[in-house]
Design a protein around this ligand. Structure first.
Ligand SMILES: NC(=O)c1ccc[n+]([C@@H]2O[C@H](COP(=O)([O-])OP(=O)(O)OC[C@H]3O[C@@H](n4cnc5c(N)ncnc54)[C@H](OP(=O)(O)O)[C@@H]3O)[C@@H](O)[C@H]2O)c1
Length: 346
């Protein structure tokens, strides 16, 4: 049976890279998938126009437009990468998939992109190792209060149950590497530290060493590819309350990252010293990074102990590791220089 697949956030870093990967898959299970891409500006529609897929212009925060797009394009599967933290947008998409399921009698699927910062002790998550097969949903419910990512995950699972839509939640850690989409090819995860270092002409780190989880964008898109393959082949995979997929390839120490940036930025003449300094206060870090102090501290000091089991069960074998990431920091810097049009004296 042919299935119609919609990727939201298709002009973004993760969504654009998934789209670029999926359009190369013309054989096997993907030959049964018709791909649509959701974007929110005319310029983005134009950028994707030559890909030979259906591009839809939609503001996902408008429920009527979302319903119309899903029903008119007969969408059976949504890969949602436009927002990890807006429960309403997720809810509109799932309700529309529920209508589509009722109209056709066929199973519909919602694959959500969540974020691992919600699963760090620094953000109130219990410390200690946790597998994606552990009771994550129950823990998210106990701890939900005012955490937009957790509230959205809960909404996804509960709305999915109400609407009879099968839901999966991919938990993205810090994603790095050059994206392959048509529009935005840089993550926010590490470039935010590179930009603040160039602005301050110094590389700063926090007084506590974080050890967050990470994944290269190519490994991230490979996981989405595997999940969609399973859906297209009608294979039963963990879903709903048990359908969490930690996209954790490895971890990385924040101080190693910052030291790597300091050495490379110094060689380029963009910072004054080849070593790091400690932020004098969270407020100064926040001002330089352009986020609230609490977020700045979580970004720079959080550690996660998330163990991917479900992802490996579906066959995921990430290629990138911590060593490869640390060796590729020069490329992360080059990407920022290119996007921000910063010239370096040779
Ligand atoms: N990158 C990471 O390391 C990482 C890690 C964990 C979680 N996440 C989360 O995963 C999601 C995707 O990340 P990303 O790095 O791919 O972000 P991104 O590059 O900003 O992509 C998001 C895309 O969604 C579009 N979008 C947002 N709201 C929309 C709306 N109401 N209607 C239509 N389109 C909308 C954006 O449009 P515009 O281009 O017009 O803004 C953008 O193209 C984000 O929620 C992010 O917080 C990312």
């Amino acid at each position: 049976m042919d299935r119609n697949l919609l990727i939201t956030g298709a002009a973004g870093y993760i969504g654009g890279s998934i789209l670029a990967d999926f359009i190369t898959r013309t054989t096997g299970p993907f030959s049964r998938a018709n791909i649509s891409a959701a974007v929110r500006s005319e310029a983005q529609v134009e950028s994707l126009a030559n890909l030979g897929i259906n591009v839809v212009l939609v503001d996902l925060s408008d429920e009527a437009s979302v319903t119309e797009v899903v029903l008119r394009n007969e969408i059976d599967i949504v890969l949602h990468t436009a927002s990890s933290h807006d429960p309403n947008v997720a809810s509109y998409l799932i309700k529309a998939l529920g209508q589509r399921r009722k109209a056709t009698g066929n199973e519909t699927f919602f694959v959500h992109t969540s974020g691992s910062t919600a699963f760090a002790p620094e953000a109130g998550w219990p410390s200690g190792e946790m597998k994606d097969t552990d009771p994550i949903f129950e823990t998210e419910k106990q701890l939900a209060a005012n955490h937009p990512i957790r509230l959205t995950d809960i909404q996804v699972i509960e709305e999915g149950k109400t609407q009879g839509v099968t839901t999966l939640i991919v938990v993205a850690p810090a994603v790095y590497g050059r994206g392959t989409g048509q529009c935005k090819n840089m993550s926010i995860a590490f470039p935010i530290f590179i930009r603040s270092s160039i602005k301050d002409k110094l590389v700063h780190q926090f007084d506590k060493n974080g050890n967050p989880a990470a994944v290269h964008i190519s490994d991230m898109t490979a996981l989405y590819g595997l999940l969609v393959e399973k859906i297209l082949q009608e294979e039963a995979i963990p879903n709903g309350e048990k359908g969490y997929y930690f996209a954790v390839a490895h971890k990385v120490y924040c101080w190693d990252l910052m030291q790597g940036f300091a050495e490379r930025l110094h060689l380029l003449g963009l910072v004054a010293e080849p070593k790091t300094r400690t932020w004098p206060s969270d407020e100064m870090a926040a001002e330089s990074l352009g986020v609230p102090p609490f977020i700045a501290r979580v970004m720079g000091t959080h550690s996660t102990e998330l163990v991917p089991v479900n992802a490996y069960e579906v066959g995921w074998r990430p290629h990138w590791n911590e060593k490869m990431l640390l060796e590729s920091l020069g490329q992360e810097i080059q990407d920022v220089l290119e996007v921000d049009n910063i010239k370096v004296a040779s």
